[in-house]
Design a protein around this ligand. Sequence first.
Ligand SMILES: [Zn+2]
Length: 251
Amino acid sequence: MLIYGCDADMILTALNAEQLPPMDDSPFVRLNDLAYRARQEAIQKHRGVWGGIGATLRGLVDEWIASGYDGEIETPGKRHLSSSLQRRLNDYWAKHPASVTVMVKGDLSISLALWKSLTDTADFATEAALRLFTEFLGSELKNAIGKCVRDGCGVYFTRERMREIYKRGAFCAAHGPVARIEALRGDEDKELMRLACDAWLRWTASKHPIRELWVAGEVNGQRRGTQRRITRKWITVNQKKIEAQLTKEEA
Ligand SMILES: [Zn+2]
């Protein structure tokens, strides 16, 4: 079965671009100034329409992606449509059915594309976005799409190999490694803090007159191989945190 419209790459482009790439505006059209100006107007209009489609489509796709999140944890398999969005799509397709063509070899061709003039830009953008979103749901993007959760990024991408659960949400190729290092560092900080709290409690003046120095030594004694070692200064800097942690544990 063939579904005509835009392909997954084009949907991804529409999601990531504020506007789709401009139509051809090569210099030869300037030969005729009048034609050139008409062409420029058409290009501006085209950009405006695509910008509108992109914005509406992003809203729909964002809602879809968000349905798979529980706090920071993303489970793409849990994605679903809200009943209002499901109704909106079904109402739309009931009024504007897709066209089905039976090909000579018996293949079915279903066209989801919108054949309509661009004159009414607002309507056109909304309709085109609903149609593209339907196509999105029929494509592999439905499960494979991710949107980077890093502040200021938000890029959409496809996952090649899917995992069931993403504990820290979606990260694009640029931010994934950074997020992993930060998570490891976070785990390491927690471990150092745990060791420091433990040693802090075991210290007595008879063991060493300087508590921070002794605690740092105890922590480092528990570390293996290339694991990070700490200094007396680390204990001094984190003393308030250690004390707060211990008060919390007592309570
Ligand atoms: Zn990113």
